[in-house]
Design a protein around this ligand. Structure first.
Ligand SMILES: [Zn+2]
Ligand SMILES: [Zn+2]
Length: 128
């Protein structure tokens, strides 16, 4: 295969040990459980929305809150930590410190340089 996939490995998430945690996904806008969106029962389901109905109404979008809004982890419902990258048009990263503690620690140290693709992380350009 001619493609270089070196930097496209999927994110390794920390194990969520809470009872039943694997059975739910959570609204990116408020952290509420999204009903009927179990990760286990529908492993191949296409994600068409990542927010509850009221958040979709508030933000006018199915997947992501408006830029500048706090976000919650789709995976565990915890509040995402927000990091702003460096550069002329810095990217804002929303990272769940519970699910991706290593990345959160790296961003906390202002290390945004590692080239990698993001699987479940929210990326929002504040200049959008
Ligand atoms: Zn919501
Ligand atoms: Zn999380």
């Amino acid at each position: 295969m001619p493609y270089n996939r070196a930097h496209r490995e999927p994110e390794v998430f920390a194990v969520d040990t809470r009872p039943g945690a694997d059975g739910f996904v959570y609204c990116k806008g408020c952290g509420a459980e999204l009903e009927g969106r179990g990760r286990v029962s529908q492993p191949r389901a296409r994600v068409s929305f990542m927010m509850c109905e009221s958040c979709r109404e508030i933000h006018g979008h199915d997947l992501m809150p408006m830029p500048g809004s706090p976000t919650f982890c789709y995976r565990c419902g915890g509040k995402d930590e927000v990091f702003v990258g460096s550069g002329i048009a810095p990217i804002t990263y929303h990272v769940c410190p519970r699910c991706v503690p290593e990345r959160a620690a790296r961003y906390r140290a202002h290390d945004f340089e590692t080239p990698e693709r993001v699987v479940e992380e929210t990326k929002q350009a504040e200049t959008a």
